[in-house]
Design a binder for this molecule. Structure first.
Ligand code: HEC
Length: 165
């Protein structure tokens, strides 16, 4: 884990250096976000800090379990800012965003028609059983039946997608 912390520090330095030059800083900030918001590459200390900043009950979630459950999602979803859509849309910034709003992703009509804004409670219901939550959805995922697994994966999503409490 220690070398990952160093990688992050190096990325932060690179981002600072790039931001200081006169060129547009947006590619640099995208790169930095892609590196720094992935819990998979954070040091244990940074993970603990990020977790403690979340609202209850997510602040006491088991992030390691959330990470291992997110493996079920990561075949279809990326989390980092600017990362590509795959079978599912990129989830960066999903908390507080309207359902079906990622540009360039072809959503099902039923999901777009929900009019939902994603928050933790909505996502909890959604990932428990997507086809029950939104009949006709394109998300072919059987669902996470254990509420604790959902809480853990939502905590992981919050940290990985740049959720702001
Ligand atoms: C087999 C691929 C697949 C898997 C696995 C999958 N998803 Fe999805 N996901 C999709 C697709 C496709 C959509 C778009 C659904 C639609 O348009 O009806 C979607 C939509 C979503 C959305 C709504 C995004 C938006 O912009 O409105 C969220 C949130 C989400 N998924 C979270 C998850 C989580 C969390 C997991 C794991 C627990 C997961 N997904 C597993 C394919 C998948």
């Amino acid at each position: 884990m220690r070398h990952l912390g160093l990688t992050l520090a190096a990325a932060a330095i690179a981002a600072t250096t790039l931001a200081g030059c006169t060129k547009t800083s947006s590619p640099a900030s995208t790169e930095a976000a892609a590196t720094t918001t992935s819990p998979a590459t954070m040091s244990d200390a940074d993970k603990a800090k990020a977790l403690a900043a979340l609202p209850a009950p997510y602040k006491t979630a088991d992030l390691a379990n959330g990470e291992s459950k997110f493996a079920l999602c990561s075949t279809c979803h990326t989390l980092a800012e600017g990362a590509p859509n795959m079978t599912g849309p990129n989830l960066h910034g999903v908390f507080g965003r309207k359902a079906g709003a990622v540009a360039g992703f072809s959503y099902s009509d039923p999901l777009k028609a929900t009019g939902w804004t994603w928050d933790a409670a909505r996502i909890d219901t959604w990932i428990a059983d997507p086809k029950v939550a939104v009949p006709g959805t394109k998300m072919t995922f059987a669902g996470l039946k254990d509420p604790k697994d959902r809480t853990d994966v939502i905590a992981y999503l919050m940290i990985g997608t740049g959720f702001k409490p």
